[in-house]
Design a protein around this ligand. Sequence first.
Ligand SMILES: [Zn+2]
Length: 215
Amino acid sequence: MIVPSVELTELLHGYRRFREQGWKPERQRWETLRAGQQPRVMVIACADSRVDPAHIFDVRPGEIFVVRNIAALVPPFETTPGHHGVSAALEFAVQVLQVREIVVLGHGMCGGCKAALTQELRGTEPGEGGFIAHWIDMLDEVREPIARELGTEGRAAERAMEQAAVKVSLENLRTFPCVREKEKRHELTLRGAFFAISDGVLHLLDERTGKFSPA
Ligand SMILES: [Zn+2]
């Protein structure tokens, strides 16, 4: 017999609310979704518990295809050994689901970006911080000028890092041939976005100016 913990009990309470309020009234929708999904948007977001894209964009099941990880990062196109989770999801979204839009959603107070800035995990062993350190070393290059100009502490530097990370992900997305080609044919649009946790305001990146402004 499963002995529920406080955490599981809370999850099950939520599940029962969902069954009553979310699932039953929308049974028709779930019937349709059973046949398959056709989301038109892929969102790449941080795993941070405060920035659930489905919540922020108020979408229903079936509407967005989501990948979440530390700092909402997309690694470059690589064929090295290892398990490429983001690349697999991206391939599925672009080639199979044929999403029309990919949104990279960075956010304020991002722990992953902060660690990239302070490099506090550098040199740690896998399982002791090493996996994170290696993951966020994707940001090393953009970190340099930020650290030089704004230092490695404080919100100004952190926010600059958080927004730079979105640009790194967009750049890395374009190293995938399928993304590049579809973007060129105007079959796919890439967007950078930033959700400021402190005021709950979504910002969109204008790639021509490199600036984020409120949506
Ligand atoms: Zn984060």
